[in-house]
Design a protein around this ligand. Structure first.
Ligand SMILES: [Mg+2]
Length: 444
C-alpha cells in the first residue's frame, strides 16, 4: 500500500495516525432477551470499538466498530489491536482516494491474512478500522457518509471499490456503466430522500424470547407506527413457529408484510419443509434458513419455497461469497452488513454486484449501532447506485440508539436522513464509560 504500514516522515500536506484506541463495549441486552433468536438465545449486544486519532490538529477523530453479541468481544478487540502496528505512525494518504490503499494493505498483510483471508474475526477487525477511517474522512469533508459517497464521480467510486476476485461477474467497466446510468437522477432522488426518508422495516417486535402477549402487542404497535413490514424469529419447535406466526399475522392483518428469520437453524431439506409449513401465513421471505456458508443448498431452498423469497447476507463473509450467491441464484434479498465484511470499500463492491444482478439490498441492522451505519449505505445506494427503493427497506431494531451521538431516527416507518458529518458511528463518551466491559458501571 502507498503509505500505511511504512513509518513516514511528516510532509507539509499529509498527516499521520497517532493513536488507535480500542474499547470492549457490551450492553446487557440478554437480561430482557432483546435480540434473541433460534441460534442466539441470550445476546449481549457488543461493539469492538476503535478511535483513530491523527496529528492533523483539527480535533477530528474517526470512530468505528464491529458488532458482536458478547463473549468473544475481547477476541475481536485483540484482532483490532493486531492492526495497530500497521497504522500508528503511518502517513494518512489523501482522503478519500487513499482509503483504497489502506483497505488493501489491511486485508492483504502478508502475515495477518493467514487468519482469514477476508473472513471472520480478522476481517471484522478490518471493518471496525475502515469504518473509523471513513467516519474521519466524512467528518473532514463536512458531510454525512451517504452524501460524501453520493457526491463522488463514478470514476472516484470505482477507484475505491474492491473488485478483486470479481472479474467473472463484475468489472470496473460494469460498475462505471451502473453508476453512470444512475447519475442523471441523483439530485431528484436526493431531494426525495431528504423529504420522505428511506423505508424501514421492524425486527424488534419478534424476538424469539418475547412472550406471545408482547409479540401481539408490539406487532400491532409496529403497524400503528407506520411500518409496512415486520420480521419474526422462527426456528424453535414447529408448533411454536406456527403459533407465533398466527399471532403475528392476526396482529398485523393481511396487508402488512411478514418476514421470517430462522438464523441458520435448519438443514437444507428441513428448511424447505419448515418454510412450506409456514406458507399459509403468507411470509414475504425466509431469512438465513441454513448455514451462511451454504450456496448450492440455499439456491435449492429458494427454488423449492418460491414464491416465498430467500434472504441472507448478515453472516456472509465477504464479496466473493456474495458473488457466488448471486451467480447461483440463491438470493432474492441481499442483506449486507456494515461490520461483517471489510467496511465501506468492500460494501461498494457488494452494492454494485447487487445492482448488476438486479437483486434488492435490504441491509442487516439487528445489533448495536448497525442501524446507524447501514442507513448511510442504503441511502447512497438509492441516490447513486441502484436508483430505487422499490421493494427494499432497511431493517430497524429499536434498541440502544440513545447511546449514539447521531442516532438512527425512524418515524412513520422511514429512516430520517442523517445530516451530521461522519458515519454516525460514535458512541456518547458516557456510554463508552458505563458499558466498558468488565469494569463499567453496567457490569460491576
Ligand atoms: Mg437475521
Amino acid at each position: 500500500m502507498a503509505t500505511i504500514g511504512r513509518p513516514a516522515a511528516r510532509t507539509a500536506t499529509r498527516t499521520r495516525i497517532t493513536a488507535l484506541d480500542t474499547h470492549d463495549i457490551r450492553f446487557p441486552t440478554s437480561r430482557r432477551l432483546h435480540g434473541s433468536d433460534a441460534s442466539h438465545p441470550d445476546p449481549d449486544y457488543s461493539a469492538a470499538y476503535v478511535i483513530v486519532r491523527t496529528d492533523a490538529g483539527d480535533d477530528l477523530e474517526g470512530h468505528g466498530f464491529c458488532f458482536t453479541i458478547g463473549r468473544g468481544n475481547e477476541v475481536e478487540v485483540a484482532a483490532i489491536d493486531a492492526l495497530r502496528p500497521l497504522l500508528v505512525g503511518a502517513e494518512l494518504p489523501a482522503l478519500p482516494a487513499g482509503l483504497a490503499d489502506v483497505y488493501r494493505g489491511l486485508v492483504d498483510d502478508g502475515q495477518l491474512r493467514w487468519l482469514g483471508p477476508e473472513k471472520g474475526v480478522t476481517h471484522m477487525a478490518v471493518a471496525a478500522v475502515m469504518n473509523a477511517l471513513w467516519d474521519l474522512t466524512a467528518k473532514r469533508a463536512g458531510k454525512p457518509l451517504w452524501k460524501l459517497l453520493s457526491d463522488m464521480a463514478p470514476e472516484e467510486l470505482v477507484a475505491l471499490t474492491d473488485f478483486r476476485y470479481l472479474s467473472d461477474a463484475l468489472t470496473p467497466d460494469d460498475a462505471l456503466r451502473i453508476l453512470r446510468r444512475a447519475a442523471p437522477g441523483k439530485a431528484g432522488r436526493e431531494a426525495r430522500l431528504r423529504a420522505e426518508g428511506y423505508p424501514a422495516y421492524l425486527t424488534s417486535c419478534g424476538w424469539l424470547g418475547y412472550d406471545d402477549d408482547r409479540l401481539a402487542r408490539t406487532s400491532r404497535a409496529a403497524v400503528a407506527d407506520g411500518f409496512t413490514q415486520i420480521k419474526l424469529k422462527v426456528g424453535a419447535s414447529p408448533a411454536d413457529d406456527i403459533r407465533r406466526c398466527r399471532i403475528a399475522r392476526e396482529a398485523i392483518g393481511p396487508d402488512i408484510r411478514l418476514a421470517l428469520d430462522a438464523n441458520q437453524r435448519w438443514e437444507v431439506g428441513e428448511a424447505v419443509e419448515r418454510t412450506r409449513a409456514l406458507a399459509r401465513f403468507d411470509p414475504y421471505w425466509i431469512e438465513e434458513p441454513t448455514s451462511p456458508d451454504e450456496i448450492i443448498g440455499l439456491a435449492a431452498i429458494r427454488r423449492a419455497v418460491a414464491p416465498v423469497k430467500v434472504a441472507a447476507g448478515e453472516h456472509t463473509a465477504n464479496r466473493v461469497i456474495f458473488k457466488q450467491l448471486l451467480q447461483a441464484g440463491a438470493l432474492d434479498v441481499l442483506q449486507l452488513d456494515a461490520c461483517r465484511v471489510g467496511g465501506v470499500n468492500e460494501n461498494l463492491a457488494i452494492l454494485l454486484l447487487a445492482a448488476e444482478f438486479g437483486v434488492p439490498v435490504w441491509p442487516h441492522a439487528g445489533g448495536v449501532g448497525l442501524c446507524e451505519l447501514v442507513r448511510h449505505l442504503a441511502m447512497f445506494d438509492y441516490v447513486a447506485v441502484s436508483g430505487t427503493w422499490r421493494d427494499r427497506a432497511v431493517e430497524y431494531a429499536d434498541h440502544l440508539h440513545e447511546h449514539f451521538l447521531d442516532p438512527a431516527i425512524v418515524t412513520g416507518g422511514r429512516y430520517r436522513v442523517p445530516t451530521a458529518p461522519g458515519f454516525s458511528s460514535a458512541l456518547r463518551p458516557e456510554a463508552l464509560q458505563a458499558y466498558a466491559y468488565p469494569d463499567g458501571e453496567a457490569w460491576v
